[in-house]
Design a protein around this ligand. Structure first.
Ligand code: ADP
Ligand code: NA
Length: 351
């Protein structure tokens, strides 16, 4: 088989939640063990993407470190994959500029995430001159970065000539855009510089819903959701969050995401944490009648599953020097490959 290059990125949102873990990170760890021959894996903390939304600088720096620690604690292994911060590899931004210059504006304005941002934010009337910038201009209004970030995302992938990109189902449009940009570049310069990256949608990943509102996904972007489980939550906190999970008055455990979204979400979590399928969970919990008992059993399974991650996070937090060394080494390895590609691109376009 041809050599493969895999790239995946995650925003520096601090300690990941259970949805991030079961929907993405558990698979990152698994990929490292499944595809050993002739594979290079890049895992990027995409801090440049974080700037598309307002950030407090000190908070962002802390969130980056928390994410790096969490990734290592989950099992991302610097011996098997290249773990790095995006901003330390300037070739991402440099390639993004070249791609900005060939990507039709229409390709970006049809992105569904942009369209929903556009409909939530009235464009407003920002000051037209820097001299008259109002305080409100600093915090409101749509920014170019939010519009153009899918091009940076394409650059993240193409700069390593990645062949495979593990994605969630909500990211297929972005990968499709990256393929179209690669095609456009190759065609414009009559040269096959970029392979067309393929998506891997792993069968093992699960979409985890909010415990409180089981019809919306568990997400960091809902700060009011106090039931979101973070990977470093201690068992007592996990218990208290599950105890607040919305269920229903039916007795017994069944799996029916439409009719019983709350209970079914808990079944999904139980199955994913135990590494078994839903039918096996229903057999295992066949004797359980009350939601309270179900939640207690679930708490045990989740607390036990997260315990090693929590312990390892604590150990790494006390050894920031090591984490910094891993990130420095990862950026160096990433830069080496990214620089080779960027040189080829500059050569092809005439720079
Ligand atoms: P958030 O919605 O918390 O901001 P991100 O959008 O940063 O999360 O997603 C980071 C990764 O985690 C992506 O691969 C995404 O598909 C995955 N992910 C996020 N939330 C969930 C969830 N509730 N269930 C499954 N996967 C999720
Ligand atoms: Na998000």
């Amino acid at each position: 088989t041809a050599p493969r290059t895999i790239l995946s990125g995650i925003q520096p949102t601090g300690v990941p939640h259970l949805g991030n873990y079961l929907g993405a990170l558990a698979n990152w760890v698994k990929l490292q063990h499944e595809l050993l021959a002739d594979v290079t894996i890049y895992y990027s903390i995409v801090d440049l993407h974080a700037l598309t939304m307002p950030q407090d600088p000190a908070e962002l720096r802390r969130a980056k470190l928390d994410m790096a620690i969490s990734l290592l604690a989950c099992g991302v292994d610097p011996k098997r994959s290249v773990l790095f911060e995006q901003s330390r590899v300037p070739q991402h931004a440099e390639l993004a500029w070249v791609l900005n210059c060939i990507t039709p504006v229409g390709w970006l304005s049809r992105m569904t995430q942009w369209k929903s941002k556009l409909s939530q934010n009235k464009p407003g009337t920002p000051s037209t001159h820097a001299q008259s910038i109002q305080d409100s201009d600093l915090t409101s209004g749509l920014r170019m970065g939010l519009f153009a970030y899918p091009i940076l995302q394409a650059a993240d992938i193409l700069i390593y000539k990645a062949t495979h990109v593990p994605i969630g189902e909500d990211q297929t449009q972005h990968l499709e855009l990256a393929r179209e940009i690669a095609k456009m570049f190759n065609k414009m310069y009559s040269k096959n510089v970029f392979p067309l990256p393929e998506g891997i949608i792993p069968s093992s990943t699960k979409r985890i819903m909010s415990l409180r509102h089981p019809t919306t996904k568990m997400s960091k972007s809902d700060p009011s959701d106090a039931t979101r489980i973070n990977l470093t939550d201690p068992p007592t906190l996990i218990a208290s969050k599950f105890s607040q999970a919305m269920t229903d008055s039916e007795r017994g455990i069944t799996y029916d995401p439409v009719g019983r979204p709350g209970v079914s979400n808990l079944v999904t979590i139980y199955a994913a944490m135990r590494g078994i399928d839903v039918d096996a969970v229903l057999r295992e919990l066949g004797d359980v009648q009350s939601n309270r008992v179900f939640k207690e059993r679930l708490t045990e399974v989740v607390a036990e599953g997260l315990a090693p991650i929590r312990t390892e996070s604590e150990r790494l937090r006390a050894d920031e020097g090591y984490v910094e060394e891993v990130l420095r080494d990862g950026a160096e390895r990433a830069r080496e490959s990214a620089e080779t590609c960027l040189r080829e691109v500059y050569e092809v376009v005439g720079l």
